[in-house]
Design a protein around this ligand. Structure first.
Ligand code: UD1
Length: 334
């Protein structure tokens, strides 16, 4: 059994590697990554956590020849595709960078998947494809135009994979729409290590807690929510990782979409308070203007994933806060 993990050094890919190894102790797992938003240190940590000597190739999926070469060399039974740019604001400023990278990389992988008749393909999508619809989001909801080029690339790649699966009925595709993955592996060795200033909430909180950033700016205190701050469906990254293993095991013919969330909403202030309480550390914050493009409330309907994948997110907000901080603290020592 052999699986390709494209973008396997990134946040979700690296955690999924751990879950895959646990589920398939004898499988050949090959990671490719171009290291644009990940660090090679994660590879060492992955080896420490799993005891593997990891098969890794630094490779850009947009380099078609390199991708061909990779598929020549290994025989895969499934592809897990995590590789892509994901900074929303950057995608607004530099849309072509996103359209070229995220779509070309996916096309190159799909071409090889068809060429070698690799049956299983798992794609990292995002709740952002629901656009400014209404929570709880269901897989059958119609997709509204995403508010950013990043979101558009996810919707386009989903569509490409749906069309390709329709034309090739042997293909089994899972399109996994992540809500807000946060937290870190329980060991504290693997976590979210953005290579630039974080724009997502949890990495920002941990940097403020660590004293690397002075204050957390909470974007908007006047949303129609329980405390005025925006609500999201935060999910532990290890639950997301296990969702991929479930998707690989239950992948059916055709292209099937699943929400990976908890189905529960948590406000920014609730998350900050939980973080402070669990870790016994203060996170100074200030409520500022809303961030353009943000929605008041985004959370998932998770019934389809629970029944179709026989998977359910089990970790709590407290687990997410503890593990995120545990990882960040260990990084102080490095
Ligand atoms: C963002 C992206 C989404 C992407 C997801 C995961 C937007 C509009 N959406 O989702 O497409 O799939 O990240 O990468 O950017 N917040 C603060 N202060 C901060 C940072 C965030 O108050 O310094 C708030 C935000 O306003 C939001 C919540 O925290 O209400 C979560 O923000 P974030 O972690 O950036 O995720 P999303 O905006 O939900």
């Amino acid at each position: 059994m052999g699986f390709l993990i494209a973008g396997g050094i990134g946040f979700i890919g690296s955690h999924t590697y751990i879950s895959l190894r646990k589920r398939f102790p004898n499988a050949r797992l090959v990671i490719v990554d171009n290291l644009t938003n990940s660090t090679i240190q994660t590879l060492n940590s992955l080896m420490e956590v799993t005891g593997d000597s990891i098969l890794f190739h630094q490779l850009d999926l947009c380099d078609e020849q390199a991708v061909e070469h990779l598929f020549n060399r290994y025989h895969f039974h499934g592809i897990l595709h995590f590789a892509g740019y994901k900074a929303v604001e950057e995608s607004v400023v530099n849309p072509l960078k996103y359209y070229i990278n995220n779509i070309q990389g996916t096309l190159n992988l799909v071409k090889q998947c068809l060429h070698y008749k690799i049956e299983r393909f798992i794609f990292s999508s995002s709740a952002t494809v629901y656009g400014n619809g209404k929570s709880p989001f269901k897989e059958s909801d119609s997709l509204l135009p995403a508010s950013s080029p990043y979101g558009q690339t996810k919707a386009i790649c989903e569509r490409i994979l749906q069309d390709v699966a329709y034309a090739n009925p042997w293909l089994r595709v899972s399109l996994l729409r992540y809500f807000n993955p946060i937290g870190a592996h329980e060991s504290g060795l693997i976590g979210e290590s953005p290579t630039s200033l974080p724009s997502n909430l949890m990495p920002y909180i941990t940097k403020v807690a660590k004293g690397e950033l002075p204050i957390l700016k909470i974007f908007g205190g006047d949303y129609p929510t329980l405390d005025g701050t925006a609500v999201r469906d935060y999910i532990h990254v290890m639950d997301v990782a296990e969702g991929h293993v479930a998707a690989l095991e239950h992948v059916r013919r055709g292209a099937h979409v699943y929400n990976l969330g908890t189905g529960r909403g948590t406000s920014v202030l609730q998350l900050v308070r939980a973080f402070e309480q669990v870790n016994g550390i203060k996170v100074p914050y200030q409520i500022v203007e809303r961030r353009p493009g943000d929605l008041a409330s985004v959370y998932a309907n998770v019934h389809k994933a629970e029944s179709g994948l026989q998977w359910k997110a089990s970790r709590t907000i407290e687990n997410m806060c503890r593990d995120a901080w545990n990882f960040e603290k260990r990084n102080i020592l490095i």
